[in-house]
Design a protein around this ligand. Structure first.
Ligand code: GLA
Length: 352
């Protein structure tokens, strides 16, 4: 019997790089999904293909970190991590079709991990928190990207027309209604087409700076810090982003509960400025997209995801969508940057 299982990408509405600082984030799932077709077979390997590459990769079920690299490392990582966690892993063939752009800050990697995980579990009931940890371990220990738990939790706990408030200190996930369309506001997803990767050094450098700052402040994590005034230089700026971003997440939840999208927009813009000036993870290209969207009528705009490329999200009164679309296209064209894709989006459903 063959199994088809899919998992969405995610958009982080706000709360960037807060996950590995025991802070808060507020993601939604994307309508775009990665789908896996799994045909189990009595063999000691998985034969894996994808629509993104002509290569067919054979993964032994006893694979260990280092065996497989490139896109297939995410699949092999899940095999390894499932086995390490004590779950049986079946052999067979896996065909992947990716509906989430790679390197766009929309968590194509966690979508792939969660889709493969769901297919290989073949309906076995495994707690979502445990699934998130298995997928994260695949990414941290097999692929070698020192990422937090945001993407996996965002995907595994997703619900249509809802964001999820995640508290990474006690790992609670609380649904927060998110339906801007019902209030005449559109969430625009603007893909800059500039790509990133988190196994590179910048992500790890931000994580190390946060750990140094917490240690200097004498706290277990930056979640416990309220003032960063005793720090200086770059570490102070990095820590200030985390402390102010945590508050912006809570303020966004409050503004959403009052359907105050004007305030949510201002918090988006403040978050972008903090990522640009304090955490230094945006690029001039993304800054141009975000500031142009706001000048053309968006309530607010921010880069989403780990940074250094990817997407900007903008909250736009529905009647201003065309003006924002045209202004952003014109600005990036004049700056000699690639043509973006710009589309309205909504909070989608979780894996299944
Ligand atoms: C990437 C990581 C997440 C998180 C975000 C930034 O998506 O995978 O764990 O740190 O960056 O918020």
């Amino acid at each position: 019997m063959s199994i088809r299982f899919s998992a969405p990408g995610r958009i982080n509405l706000i709360g960037e790089h807060t996950d590995y600082n025991a802070g808060f984030a507020l993601p939604i799932a994307l309508p775009g999904r990665t789908t896996v077709e799994f045909e189990p077979a009595d063999s000691g390997e998985l034969v894996v293909s994808t629509d993104l590459s002509p290569d067919v990769v054979r993964i032994r079920l006893d694979t260990v970190p280092g065996d497989v690299t490139g896109w297939a490392a995410y699949v092999a990582g899940v095999v390894w991590s499932l086995r390490e966690a004590g779950y049986p892993v079946p052999g067979g063939t896996l065909s992947i079709s990716s509906g989430v752009q790679i390197g766009s800050g929309l968590s194509s990697s966690a979508a792939l991990e969660c889709a493969v995980l769901g297919a290989l579990l073949q309906g076995a009931a495994v707690d979502r928190m445990e699934q998130a940890r298995i997928a994260q371990r695949a990414e941290n220990k097999y692929v070698g990207a020192p990422t937090g738990l945001l993407d996996q939790l965002a995907i595994l706990f997703a619900q249509p027309r809802c964001a999820q408030l995640i508290d990474f200190r006690d790992l609670t996930v609380t649904p927060v209604p998110f339906d801007p369309d019902a209030h005449g506001v559109t969430l625009l997803l603007i893909d800059s087409q500039a790509r990133h990767q988190h196994a590179g050094g910048e992500y790890a450098a931000r994580r190390a700076a946060c750990e140094r700052a917490a240690e200097a402040l004498g706290v277990a994590s930056l979640r416990e810090a309220s003032s960063v005034s005793s720090l200086s230089g770059e570490d102070q700026r990095r820590a200030r982003h985390i402390v102010t971003e945590n508050q912006r997440v809570l303020d966004t939840v409050e503004a959403l509960s009052a359907s105050d999208f004007g305030r949510v927009g201002k918090l988006f813009t403040a978050s972008h400025e903090s990522m640009r000036d304090d955490f230094e993870i945006t690029t001039p290209h993304l800054d141009l997209i975000a500031s142009t969207a706001v000048s053309a009528g968006a309530l607010g705009a921010r880069m989403t995801g780990g940074g250094f490329g990817g997407c900007v999200i903008a909250l736009v009164p529905s009647e201003a969508v065309d003006a924002v679309d045209a202004a952003v296209r014109e600005a990036v064209r004049s700056a000699g940057c690639p043509e973006p894709t710009i589309e309205p989006t909504v909070a989608g459903a979780g894996p299944g």
